[in-house]
Structures are given as C-alpha cells and as structure tokens.
Design a protein around this ligand. Structure first.
Ligand code: ADP
Ligand code: MG
Length: 339
C-alpha cells in the first residue's frame, strides 16, 4: 500500500513526539484521534482540533466566501462532535490571495457574515486567528476548542469493544455525489442534485448527537474521509476488526430517474469511500442499543455491523450486496488521501 498522510503523521509526529501520547498525560489525549483532550485542572477538560481547507485541494477557486466560512467551521465542529465535546471557542487563520483591495474587502465581508451566523448556530466564539497573504490561493485553518466534563474520557477511537454494534448517522454518499455533480461528471435529477450539492457545501456537524452519545457509546469518529477508511482508524486504534452488513448501509435514497443512472456497486462506492459526509460512526455495547431508541429520531442512526475480535485489524463485508465486491476489495482500506 502506498505511503499515506497517516503514515507521515505517525512517522514524523506521533512517534518522535511520543510524550504526546504517553501515560504522563493522565486522562489527556494527544495525537491520533479526532481531537486532543487537555485537562483544564478543574471540572472540565478542553478538547482541541484543527483542520485546514486549501484551494485546489479541498475547494475550487469558484467556491463562495459564504460556503467556505460555513464549511471550514463545520468540519472542525465535526471533530468536536466525534469526541462528544460541546463547542466553546475557535481561532481562524486565513491566507488570502494577492487580490485587489476592493475584492478582498467584499470577500472578507461575505466570509465574516457567514462565519458569524455559523458560530451563533453552534454557540462557539471566535477568540483570535491570523490573516496573511498567500502566493498560491486561499487557505483557511480553523482551530476549535470544546469542553468535556472531566470525568468523561470522550468518544475515543481506541474505545471500541469486541461485540459492540456499529452505527452511523444519516445517509452516506451524498457529499461524494455532490462532488461529481459539481464537477459536471454526474447528471442527477434536479432534486437529488440539489440535495447532493447541499451535502457537499453545507455538511451538518453532528454536535448534538456526539454529546448525546457521550457516556454511553464507546468509540466514535466523524466520517470525513469515507466509512471504510475512517472505521479502519477505529479498528486500528482499538485493535479490533469490524464486519459491515452492506444491505444495512444507509445509502442515498435517490429518485428513480437518478437511481437508474447508478449501479448498486457505484452507489456502494460513494457510501463506503467518498467521504465529506461528516456523519458520525460510533460503536455501542449490544446491551445498550435499546437506549438508542430513546434518542431523537432526527439523529437517524442505523446499525451497520459489529466489532469482532482479530489478529490483525480489518473490515469484512457481509450481506447480499457483498457479492458485488471483488475479493480484492474486501478488506482493502481506502479513504480520501491528500497525497
Ligand atoms: P481528522 O481527519 O479527524 O481531522 P487527521 O487525519 O487530520 O484527523 O489527523 C489524525 C491525527 O493526527 C489527529 O490527532 C491530528 O491532530 C494529528 N496530526 C495531523 N497532522 C499533524 C501534525 N502536522 N502534527 C501533529 N499532529 C498531527
Ligand atoms: Mg475527524
């Protein structure tokens, strides 16, 4: 398998800075999860995450300032959601292209308005940042801080237990469909195209779901890079395997005319590997699944599989649709990678 950004993170940061993960951290948590957890010394811990969106990598030059502000904050909030944390503060670092002043001012006004609206929606306050010039397009980096009650360890990737049921929220694959629609490579029926683009531009961070799961669910991760790759992170960190029932996967419910354009296998591909849905994947003990019936219906959680014991972490697929996957695709970990 080619070297990925995850290998680089391990080789150049996680291993050399091993003290960031050592036992001296006590209940704190360093590199390797959706966010870090830092003790504040009183009854709360800080949960901190940072994520960058770069022009040409995460978005194209035509993306509006309004969408960019929303999405940059939303994807960071999603990492807080994946820990079960409640949002508190954020920082915003901008690298702006060499545009004329008037254009920059229009862009900044739109960006600021959208950022404020999003921050108010999720009750998170801007506390600082950085603004500088870039020679190679726009870049937005957000750093978010959230809170966990100090007695809570958070929804860690390393907490999955053998026998846990695996759940996801929402429908998986809409954002991937949106990207193809945006690129003009997929022509869906109008209402599906609208929904797909909405999912791509305005992913909804599952902050309320994360907080609801805290204390009951075991492991969680937000689906930024696709279920297959992101669930692999849970398996590797927890030293377990997973079996996924492909028939249970909540794939986009497309209108008949759009569905006719896509094979089941193609749709499964969107659901398993496309990424950017920012739904949550979590594991929960089998005897707690009754509790999930009492959480609000709007969280739309679906059981998709189970955690298994293993000698080497892997994902196995079952269900009638698993015949659609070649032997090679079973257990092949793929997710969106930047390099
Ligand atoms: P996510 O997709 O949840 O944002 P990433 O895949 O970006 O997570 O990162 C995985 C883990 O590696 C996180 O804990 C992150 O903080 C850490 N990480 C990524 N890049 C670096 C870096 N340059 N230095 C230190 N830690 C890093
Ligand atoms: Mg994440």
């Amino acid at each position: 398998m080619p070297v990925s950004e995850f290998d680089w993170i391990n080789q150049y940061f996680r291993e050399p800075f091993a003290w960031s993960n050592s036992a001296d951290l006590g209940s704190a948590l360093g590199i390797g999860d959706d966010a870090a957890i830092v003790s504040s010394g009183n009854d709360q811990s800080w949960v901190v995450a940072t994520d960058t969106l770069n022009q040409g990598i995460h978005f194209t030059a035509d993306m509006s300032a309004e969408v960019l502000a929303y999405k940059a904050l939303a994807v960071n909030l999603s990492d807080l959601a994946a820990m079960g944390a409640s949002p508190s503060y954020f920082f915003c670092a901008l690298s702006l292209p060499d545009w004329p002043k008037a254009r920059l001012e229009v862009w900044l006004a739109d960006f600021s308005k959208s950022l404020l609206k999003t921050a108010n929606t999720y009750d998170i306050r801007l506390m600082g940042g950085d603004t500088c010039k870039s020679v190679s397009g726009l870049s937005v980096t957000m750093t978010v801080m959230g809170c966990l009650p100090v007695q809570q360890v958070g929804l860690r990737r390393s907490s999955a237990q053998v026998g846990d049921r695996i759940y996801v929220s929402g429908e998986l694959g809409w954002a991937g469909l949106g990207l193809q629609v945006q690129r003009g490579q997929l022509l869906l029926a109008e209402q599906d195209a609208k929904k797909a683009l909405q999912a791509l531009y305005y992913p909804k961070p599952q902050v309320a779901l994360g907080q609801t799961l805290l204390g009951t669910a075991h492991a969680a991760i937000d689906l930024s890079d696709g279920l297959q790759g992101d669930l692999t992170h849970i398996c590797e960190e927890s030293k377990v395997s997973a079996v996924i029932d492909l028939d249970a996967l909540p794939l986009p419910a497309l209108t008949t005319s759009s569905a006719a354009l896509l094979s089941k296998k193609a749709l499964l591909g969107y659901g398993l590997t496309a990424g950017e849905d920012y739904q949550l994947c979590f594991t929960i003990a089998e005897d707690k699944i009754g509790w999930l019936e009492e959480i609000p219906n709007e969280f739309a959680v679906t059981c998709i599989g189970q955690i298994e014991d293993c000698t080497e972490p892997c994902i196995r697929y079952c269900g009638s649709d698993s015949v659609l996957m070649s032997k090679h695709e079973h257990g092949k970990f793929s997710s969106f990678q930047h390099f």
